[in-house]
Design a protein around this ligand. Structure first.
Ligand code: IVH
Length: 670
């Protein structure tokens, strides 16, 4: 057999084992053997680039290139299903169907309603060519690159009698196990957790780097073939055929001929859904015969031949024993109820969220009350009501705490915000730990230090503020439990590397309230060094585009605090990048000059002009004032600005004149 034949043989073999493993969950060979075959295929494909095929089972790893999602129009609009919540509504649905199809025998198919993200797949000549999200129902995002990494979606179908071109729809979801693993990894990395598997699946599908998607254990069930001429008599036949072509069609499906059979199916899954390894939020009833579906047709929003029955959120009643108050990283206080343990949806619940003081007052929940708890899609259940009839006569409304349970500082409540805050940013332990974790985060200084390690350092008094990372030494580290020579070296290297992190990210890492990544970038390019930023007044700050009162005062407050200033000094001494000076600046031609740009330009975008101003040492301001040296005016500059500039006698220059100042000839079109 030559290499070419072996490649084709390996592809077929791997497709077969992939199907056994990911679609049928019945592997016949070991992981080791599978990996060995895959490696052989990869090696041969590398030696024979002329044999490249996007449908090859080796093409599942995704790519690092940023994939922006192009909008694609659906062949058939992606509609939703009407939701129902009661038996009566299912009876009404059945009555409507029978009325529209008098004297006909009706067969229904009952299926599970998978709680994920809907997807449309297009196969051409047995190859997956497109995967599109639902979007607005008319057009969705082309997420083919991401979907190709999902192992249970075949890139190449098994040989079979499939149409040359067809569409199949289904639901992409994350099984519970994969979801938990993903959240554990996020917790380790100090990243925010996903509230539930659906959010995690939808977030993952939107990642613009498919090689990252390939690492997440997404899965997919396919449940519907939309078609004008389906080539099958029934929906059931169509998905059974799709299963034979190698597609993952779920087995939880039943033909029903009467309402009692439908209700049985509903009751069965309402009772047993917790045993499934993925989330469902109801069941779907579909008229089976395609001919009957066509007679029933669609409303503007949904098919008349199908309906969803949504399960009720599971509730339980238990006693409220006490309330704890948790202090978050930003100082926000969250009341958490301690409950008498109760079984709910397969897990024992001991705690529930109470959100904030308003929520407690609204529910009028009191210690010792019998409370109703509900598990929705979120990780932690919530209290939704109180059985006031069981209330003890001497119960009193809850008095929300007035001081921080961690540091004793009086709490404040900012107008318009529901939460109470502990304002002791620099002395309150959970807030300090939060800042430390924020500092090491991937988007911040990217220091490879897990949450548990940060906690350990803090508890040993090694870290009081993030600048203390730079005073850690090998001697100090190896004295600690769980620290060996190698792990100490790795951490110290990672800390050393962080000294190269650019100023804009340092500014984000410092953890000034409201200074996120974008604001940090803006501030860093405007002020260029921490010293300049510290000297800025609220007015100076507001001059920077898109910086408003709240951010400006937050920055000024931060730097007016001597503890924070000492912290900044320590970072400087450690050698962390505290300025972008010398980084991008190409000349001093505009040094000391402030510009306001306005209108639309012919040869450059506003961003390009702003960049040129900064690169040549000038400053961008957002509004015309006596601090402005020049206004660069394009088409459509507002009359108010022009008037103000005239009044203050500020020169208004054209794009060409500006380019003359920075010594760049105007770009030639094209
Ligand atoms: S059939 C014309 N079957 O529920 C509608 N949908 O609100 C055809 N879903 O957008 C959809 N499980 O994302 C169908 N077994 C199932 C389903 C299902 C979940 C989702 C789907 C749809 C939404 C309807």
């Amino acid at each position: 057999m030559n290499a070419k034949e072996r490649i084709l043989q390996l592809r077929e073999l791997l497709d077969h084992h992939n199907h056994l493993y990911y679609v049928l969950a019945q592997p016949e060979i070991s992981d080791f053997e599978y990996d060995r075959l895959m490696q052989e295929l990869r090696d041969l494909e590398e030696q024979h680039p002329e044999m490249a095929d996007p449908g090859s089972p080796s093409q599942r790893v995704g790519s690092d290139t940023d994939s922006s999602f192009v909008q694609v129009k659906h062949m058939y609009p992606m509609l939703s299903l009407d939701n129902t919540y009661t038996r009566e509504e299912i009876e009404d649905f059945d009555a409507r169907v029978r009325k529209a199809l008098p004297a006909k025998k009706i067969e229904y198919v009952c299926e599970l309603k998978y709680d994920g993200v809907s997807i449309s797949l297009i196969y051409e000549n047995g190859k997956l060519v497109k995967a599109v999200t639902r979007g607005d129902g008319e057009k969705g995002d082309d997420v083919t690159a991401n979907v190709r990494t999902i192992r249970s979606i075949p890139l190449t179908l098994k040989t079979g009698n499939y149409p040359a071109v067809f569409e199949i729809r289904g639901e992409i979801y994350l099984p519970h196990k994969g979801f938990e693993k993903m959240n554990e990894e996020r917790a380790e990395a100090g990243e925010p957790l996903f509230a539930n598997p659906r959010n995690a699946a939808s977030g993952t599908l939107k990642i613009r780097n498919s090689s990252l998607v390939a690492k997440r254990p997404l899965d997919c069930f396919l449940y519907y073939l939309p078609a004008e001429y389906p080539g099958f008599a029934t929906h059931f036949d169509s998905i059974t055929a799709a299963r034979d072509w190698g597609l993952k069609v779920p087995p939880y499906i039943r033909k029903c001929h009467s309402l009692p059979e439908i209700f049985d199916f509903i009751a069965y899954w309402d009772n047993n859904r917790d045993a499934l390894p993925f989330d469902i939020d109801g069941i779907v009833v579909k008229v089976n015969a395609y001919r009957q579906q066509q007679l029933l047709g669609f409303t503007a929003k949904s098919p008349r031949w199908a309906i969803a029955y949504k399960f009720k959120a599971r509730e339980a009643v238990t006693k409220l024993l006490s309330i704890d108050y948790q202090v978050g990283r930003t100082g926000a206080i969250t009341p958490v109820a301690n409950l008498e343990p109760v079984l709910l949806a397969g897990t024992t619940v001991k705690r529930a969220s109470l959100h904030n003081a308003d929520q407690i007052a609204l529910l009028d929940v009191r210690l010792g009350d019998d409370v109703i708890i509900e598990k929705g899609g979120e990780i932690i259940p919530k209290i939704t009501g109180v059985k006031t009839e069981n209330r003890l006569p001497d119960s009193r409304p809850v008095e929300f705490i007035t001081v921080c349970p961690e540091c004793g500082t009086s709490l404040i409540r900012i107008a318009g915000e529901a939460k109470h805050y502990c304002p002791n940013e620099i002395g309150c332990p959970p807030q300090i730990k939060g800042k430390l974790l924020h500092f090491v985060g991937r988007k911040a200084m990217d220091i490879g230090c897990a949450e548990a390690t940060v906690e350990q350092f803090y508890n040993h008094g090694l870290l009081k503020d993030p600048s203390d990372f730079y005073s850690l030494s090998k001697e100090k580290l190896i004295k600690l439990e769980r620290f060996a020579d190698k792990s100490a070296d790795n951490l110290l290297k990672s800390i050393e590397d962080s000294k190269q992190v650019p100023f804009e990210r340092v500014l984000y890492s410092i953890g000034i309230r409201y200074v996120g990544e974008t604001v940090a970038k803006k501030l860093a390019s405007h002020f260029r060094s921490v010293d300049e930023l510290m000297a800025a007044t609220t007015d100076d700050l507001i001059q920077v585009g898109e910086i408003g009162d709240v951010i400006a005062s937050s920055v000024v407050d931060f730097f007016s605090n001597s503890v924070n200033r000492a912290f900044i000094e320590k970072l400087k001494t450690a050698g962390v990048q505290m300025s972008s000076e010398g980084k991008k600046r190409t000349s001093d031609k505009l040094a000391g000059k402030s510009f306001v740009i306005s209108g639309v330009f012919k040869q450059h975008s506003r961003d390009e002009i702003q960049k040129l101003i900064e690169e040549n040492g000038g400053r961008n301001l957002s509004s015309v004032s006596s601090n402005t040296d020049y206004v660069v005016a394009g088409d459509g500059m507002g009359p108010a600005k022009r008037e103000k500039a005239a009044k203050l006698e500020i020169p208004v220059i054209t794009e060409e004149e500006f380019m003359g100042m920075v010594g760049e000839g105007i770009k030639k079109p094209g």
